[in-house]
Design a binder for this molecule. Structure first.
Ligand code: GLN
Length: 457
């Protein structure tokens, strides 16, 4: 714990440095650590005893603010704790901070945070990715080994790829969403970051499983994800979806991904080609479904119950001033877009259509999983981009092209480091069928072993 704190200070995780951590409380952390120490002595096996973790700022914690990177929730402290956080604490982890993020999870760079952008520890002129950029930066910098993030369309995997660490989006329903502030409820899922595959496996094992507070959490046993280590890949068919390896893919990234494929073949996997033909519809579909749900979920931030309340003479003025002043431009854009696609005249043309296409995308995966046990793709189309480089919202949306599909289909996926191009990390993505996390971890462990130092070199 103290080493982590010293390292954090040295790295400057605060606003004058990486701006990865927004809120922390050293005294509370110290008390928690002493309490865990006592429990760990009495118990056999607290899997995360004394492990410092940071938690994305849209996941409710007792004792620290939960602002979702937004002005509208400035100073808000939740009266209850998210199940994922409570379970980490039960496993012995100590929450040392709330991490920076794109406001309400809307973004791919952490530049949409109301509290200033986070930076990539590999090159501070570049973004750490988003929306869980602060969590990824804190892990990549070496301040903590494990962090919680959340995913709606790639917000754990993309920053993991940009920062050269492991990031896991579980199957929809694998982890309780209780206490995760809703962005798009049919896509949202809490995810984990780890410095290594094993760290991520332990963290996911600690938070997964049925929760009576979340009706969408699945009532399936949680396997021991660590049991997948050392199994090799004999008998496993790994599919390469051709739509995810476009000709335009950077040659350096392509070479790293090819080396990863060779490594998996070397570990015994059979490599097959597959197709996910509706991939090109994924971004338009996601950017209808997600804003539609967001416009409904974010209606609750009106200055009455939560966070900031603007001074106003009447109710209409209260809503107008609170919401106009409290939400940043990207969140405003999403609310407007979502309200539009749900409006009476456009519902059938946009929202219903998008739901139908979502079904086609899910079917693509089902077909691919008849030919392959797992899929392997690049996590992102490019390595980490420079701060300010993607000022056009549509260009920013396109950086999610390889990740939103797993959220739309509800399947689990993870990013693992496969090497570097010009000093910047490259992520490879493993995608599994629903509740196929054990096979996904099996490949991730094998890849990490086979690539060894080359994954980080
Ligand atoms: N970048 C995507 C978006 O802006 C995904 C964000 C997320 O997964 N929370 O919506």
């Amino acid at each position: 714990m103290r080493a982590a704190r010293a390292r954090s200070a040295e790295l400057d995780l605060g606003p004058s440095g990486l701006n990865a951590v927004l809120w922390s409380d050293v005294d509370a952390e110290e008390r928690d650590a002493i309490e865990v120490d006592g429990r760990a002595r009495g118990a056999d096996g607290l899997p995360l005893a004394g492990v410092p973790v940071v938690v994305k700022d849209n996941i409710a914690t007792l004792g620290l603010p939960t602002t979702c990177g937004s002005r509208i929730l400035e100073g808000y402290v939740s009266p209850f704790e998210a199940t994922a956080v409570a379970r980490l604490r039960t496993a012995g982890a100590v929450v040392v901070g709330k991490s920076n993020m794109d406001e309400f999870g809307m973004g791919s760079s952490t530049e949409h945070s109301a509290y200033g952008p986070a930076r990539n520890p590999h090159d501070v002129r570049r973004v750490p990715g988003g929306s869980s950029g602060g969590s990824a930066a804190a892990v990549a910098a070496g301040a903590v080994r494990v962090a919680l993030g959340s995913e709606t369309g790639g917000s754990v995997r993309q920053p993991a790829a940009f920062c050269g660490i492991v990031g896991v989006k579980p199957t929809y329903g694998r982890v309780s969403r209780y206490g995760l502030v809703a962005f798009a409820s049919s896509l949202d899922q809490v995810g984990v970051f780890g410095r290594t595959v094993d760290d991520a496996a332990v963290a996911l094992g600690a938070i997964a499983g049925r929760d009576p507070h979340d009706a969408t959490s699945a009532d399936f046993d949680v396997p021991d994800y660590r049991a997948a280590d050392g199994q090799g890949l004999a008998g496993l068919r790994i599919g390469l979806p051709r739509e995810y390896f476009p000709k335009s893919l950077d040659a350096g990234m392509r070479a790293r991904l090819d080396a990863a494929v060779d490594a998996m073949r070397g570990a015994g996997a059979e490599i097959v080609e597959v197709s996910l033909p509706h991939t090109e519809l994924a971004i338009p579909t996601y950017y209808i479904v997600a804003p539609a749900e967001a416009s409904s979920n974010l209606a609750r931030f009106d200055g009455v119950r939560y966070g900031t309340r603007a001074p106003a003479g009447d109710l209409r003025e209260l809503y107008e001033r609170t919401r106009s002043g409290g939400f940043g431009p990207e969140v405003t854009r999403r609310i407007l877009l979502g309200t539009y696609v749900l409006s009476a005249g456009y519902y059938d043309a946009y929202y219903r259509k998008a739901q139908e296409v979502r079904g086609l995308i899910a079917r693509d995966f089902a077909h691919a999983f008849e030919k392959a046990d797992l899929l392997f793709t690049p996590t992102t189309p490019t390595p980490a981009f420079a701060l300010g480089a993607l000022s056009d919202p549509y260009e920013m949306y396109l950086s999610d092209i390889f990740t939103v599909t797993a959220n739309l289909a509800g399947v689990p996926a993870m990013s693992v480091p496969v090497g570097r191009v010009d000093g910047l990390p490259v992520g490879g993505q493993l995608i599994a069928p629903h509740f196929g996390e054990p096979a996904m971890f099996r490949a991730a462990y094998a890849l990490e072993r086979a690539l060894g130092a080359a994954a980080h070199a």
